[in-house]
Design a protein around this ligand. Sequence first.
Ligand code: CUA
Length: 350
Amino acid sequence: MIGRMGKFKALFLLSSLVLFLSGCGKDNLTALVPKGYGAEASMDLIILTTVVMSFVFLAVIIPLVIVLLRFREKKGQEDYIPKQVEGNQTLETIWTIIPIILVIIMAVPTVIKTFELADTSEASEHINVSVTGNQYWWHFDYEDEGVQTSQDLYIPAGERVYLNMIAADVTHSFWVPTITGKLDVNPENVNTLYIEAYEEGVYWGKCAEFCGPSHSLMDFKIIVVSPEEYEQWLADMGDVDPDEVPEDTVAAEGKELFEEKSCMGCHAIGSSPVQVGPNLTNFGNRTTIAGILDPTKENLVDWIKDPESIKPGNLMTGKYPELSDDEADKIAEYLLQQKDTDITPEDAGD
Ligand code: CUA
């Protein structure tokens, strides 16, 4: 038995937990303030189901409380048996039909939206991006435009974008709560989802299917810019020369090391069929390093020197010889100077 003190402690713990967890939300990582078509559709369904469920809750709780208070056993009436209604056909019919109606109210709009969001018949009239989920990063290929990137998906505000998604290894799930609902990304088949973001901004995405030790670190972003900025971004990204030697001497040495230490075996800069590891075009304008760290040189050096300590189970670990501090520093400098366009997350308001 929990005593009064125990109950007080439990209540205190519960309310602190509610207070603590309510601080977890971020404006760009919430399904409750939708800023995209799919997220808005989900939110409408959340509201509808919450209303229906609240009705059910009240329809059960109110009569229950009334019955408990009004029909308590009274003194002197211990043997009294109230009227028995078991098998009453009218009552049985009513409480069978009402739930069926409620389920229909929730199911019809849900099924309609599900089919609508899976409809790809107009895909050819819109932007198409091929998305590949990898342990623990995302590859984005604008095939029609010959542009490839990873981790930061640039799209124009107010336009529909079809994402054709497949996984390179195990099942992942693409989820950007503020813009769209989740969709599984499987190794066996291409799943298509269309998204439309209403406002410019940087929106956080998560992998929503357990895919290995760094599943929770498989973050990415959708960067929504204006249609003009998007066109500019595409043009700049399609015009990158991977062989360009940086003017800065440290970065130039970094480029040499990048080739020498076999980084190029997995990472491409510019458009390239290589996609063993993330394409590093425009790396200097990324919002994060490895999807989770602030884009500072220090963090990049730490990541290059010991990726395992940052993202356990990642496929970069052990693929290249150990780097000295100086070598890691130069490679980091080279990568951070990869700024291939003036369109940055700042243009999206980050
Ligand atoms: Cu990919 Cu979880």
